[in-house]
Design a protein. Structure first.
Length: 270
């Protein structure tokens, strides 16, 4: 029927009827609600406890704020685990004592970064003549790479949070990729415009400005798509995306970024 605030119960005269001091509009949690939905009640209403009722509003039980704090603690621990796995380190392995064990758990994932770095250097060598003709291109390589890598890590993090052990369908993967393509295009165009205008104000070279804009726009868009596609594809193939997604996406992002940047610059310079 209702709920009685503690203050009203303690301050009312003993002869007062309960019906006169109760609040008829009760905020209750449905019995079929999930833990996440129950936690949302604590966030939105700021109460310390809620009654649990069935479809006919009959009392089933109660939940208190400890449920919410326990879930927060579990999510916090899970967040740390995702962070370590994203960079290629299992949190459980990181807690193991001994330098040798730590080395064995962390080094394999650095191999992909070393391979991508060597390939990136070789790739830059293919555009040696373009760099010699326009040395200013080299000044902005770090900016272009940093932007693309940042966007790829953002996309990977969001993708892993949304997966949560679920097996995505091919249609859901396609939808996520299309959505991230639009987001990446907007991010790339905005960042490319800002950096391009800064380069134009500094060096006054229109071709360089257009190269930077095109390179950043293309590479950031590709990085966003990769960041979403790789974790979802790994999960779809029933592989663990937690550890592999970060190093793989970063390695692919570096190579694609340099290809986009140098090819756009070569096309504009010619």
């Amino acid at each position: 029927k209702g709920v009685i605030p503690t203050r009203a119960l303690l301050l009312s005269p003993p002869e007062t009827k309960i019906a006169d001091i109760m609040l008829p509009h009760v905020i209750a949690v449905p019995a079929d609600a999930t833990v996440l939905e129950a936690c949302e009640f604590f966030v939105f209403h700021r109460f310390l406890a809620f009654p649990v009722v069935d479809a006919e509003r009959k009392l089933f039980g109660a939940i208190d704020v400890e449920l919410y704090t326990d879930e927060l603690r579990d999510l916090n621990e899970g967040g740390f685990d995702h962070l370590f796995q994203l960079i290629g380190v299992h949190l459980a392995k990181a807690h193991r004592p001994g330098a040798t064990a730590a080395f064995r758990s962390r080094f394999p994932w650095l191999i992909s970064n070393m391979i991508s770095g060597i390939l990136a250097a070789m790739l830059s060598g293919l555009f040696k003549e373009d760099l010699e003709r326009a040395v200013s291109l080299a000044l902005f390589i770090t900016v272009v790479l940093a932007l693309a890598e940042s966007v790829s890590i953002q996309s990977v993090s969001l993708a892993l949070q949304l997966l949560h052990g679920k097996l995505p369908t091919w249609s859901s993967i396609a939808w996520k990729v299309c959505r991230e393509f639009v987001v990446g295009t907007l991010l790339g165009a905005t960042c490319g415009t800002i950096v391009g205008l800064a380069a134009l104000a500094w060096l006054g070279q229109l071709n360089l400005t257009l190269s930077i804009f095109g390179g950043i726009a293309a590479s950031v868009t590709a990085a966003a798509v990769l960041g979403v596609a790789v974790p979802n594809l790994l999960r779809r193939l029933k592989l663990d995306p937690q550890v592999a997604a970060g190093p793989i996406v970063l390695a692919m992002t570096d190579l694609i970024t340099l290809l986009c940047y140098f090819n756009v610059a070569r096309w504009l310079m010619n």
